[in-house]
Design a protein. Structure first.
Length: 355
């Protein structure tokens, strides 16, 4: 090996998926991202992940520098077996998909898998807003809601790999409770995820552009329907945070995705709701803060998915990586014949990095 050690990171999301090459200190050397197109089914999604992994692997200046592959998956997983289970945001997957083995067979690399909330919790703990803590929780508030739990400096996956599924904690027991994508009623995710906020705003009478950014801007501009959707989301999110605070008693809760992009609409009212529903001695010294990693979170989550099970990382928190891409990376928008295609045969655009 002549170059610096690199980890191949793969991120499986409900909307977008990506692959990257990262140094052990968290610098991105290459990145490519495409739409997941989960509606096409498991076979198409796995084919996309294989394409992404192979593209990133082929971009490595020294193939021998690749020491392993980390996968961050937006779905329930059995991390130690490398298995992905079906998820509402990834329809059509069989009961157990051996995703880690599939990508290991594709790349020839030792491959480790984590749930995306767990992997991002590790990334924020190691590189971002969780630095300096021993007990913290990370909540992803995006297409769905999940949590990653760090207890005593270690990731807590739970006995069956389902630790941190706070998105499916019940926050509404009324007869009018909303039905969640998981099939249960009253789940936090049914009220406070980005998709749910938009859906509720539309039900309330919002008629603007159907995107999370647009509905947040509408709320800021005084749109009553959008404001009511965010107010209800913040109240329900606070109830979920109160449950988490009472059970885990963490030093810090880090909120990601929607809670970052719309922190002015969600953060303060969610904290106020949390304090109404939890003991003061549990919340008075608890800090609830936005995630710090921004657009780099997915790449660093995939890196940490590998490091968490490989023992490569060592103890403690290393210095945080530079924000943005490294000076050795150039990001471009490109369309190429070998990219995956949609149902009409049109080539999908991909954002990729060139070393």
């Amino acid at each position: 090996m002549t170059g610096e050690p690199l980890v191949l990171g793969v991120d499986l999301g409900g909307t977008k998926s990506a692959a990257s090459l990262l140094t052990l200190s968290g610098e991105t050397r290459f990145r490519i991202a495409v739409p997941t197109q989960a509606e096409r089914g498991a076979g198409a999604v796995i084919a996309t992940l294989i394409f992404l992994a192979q593209t990133a692997q082929n971009a490595a200046p020294d193939p021998a520098a690749l020491i392993g592959c980390g996968v961050s998956a937006g779905a329930p997983v059995d991390a130690l077996r490398g298995i992905v289970f079906p998820a509402p945001n990834l329809p059509g997957f069989p009961p157990e998909t051996p995703l880690a083995q599939i990508l290991a067979d594709t790349t020839g690399l030792l491959t480790h898998l984590e749930n995306d909330a767990d992997a991002t919790a590790l990334a924020e703990y190691r590189f971002g807003a969780g630095q300096g803590t021993q007990t913290m929780a990370f909540l992803t508030v995006g297409t769905g809601i999940g949590a990653g739990l760090i207890i005593g400096g270690k990731l807590h996956r739970g006995a069956f790999g389902a630790g941190g599924e706070i998105g499916h904690v019940c926050v509404d027991t009324s007869s009018a409770a909303r039905v969640c994508n998981c099939g249960l009623r009253g789940c936090l995710e049914a009220y406070a995820s980005g998709v749910s906020v938009l859906k509720i705003a539309i039900e309330n009478g919002y008629s603007g552009e159907p995107t999370g950014v647009a509905v947040a801007n509408a709320a800021r501009s005084g749109d009553r329907a959008a404001q009511e959707a965010f107010a209800d989301a913040a109240d329900k999110l606070g109830r979920g945070l109160a449950t988490l605070a009472m059970l885990l008693n963490p030093e810090r809760i880090v909120l990601g995705t929607l809670a970052v992009h719309a922190s002015d609409l969600l953060l303060a009212p969610a904290i106020a709701s949390m304090r109404r529903h939890a003991w003061n001695r549990v919340t008075e010294n608890l800090s609830v803060v936005p995630a710090a990693l921004g657009d780099r979170a997915q790449d660093l989550a995939a890196l940490c998915a590998y490091l968490a099970q490989s023992g490569e990382s060592g103890a403690g928190n290393p210095p945080p990586p530079k924000s943005g891409a490294s000076d050795k990376t150039c990001f471009v928008l490109r369309t190429a014949p070998h990219l995956p295609t949609n149902e009409t045969g049109d080539t999908i655009n991909a954002v990729s990095g060139v070393v």
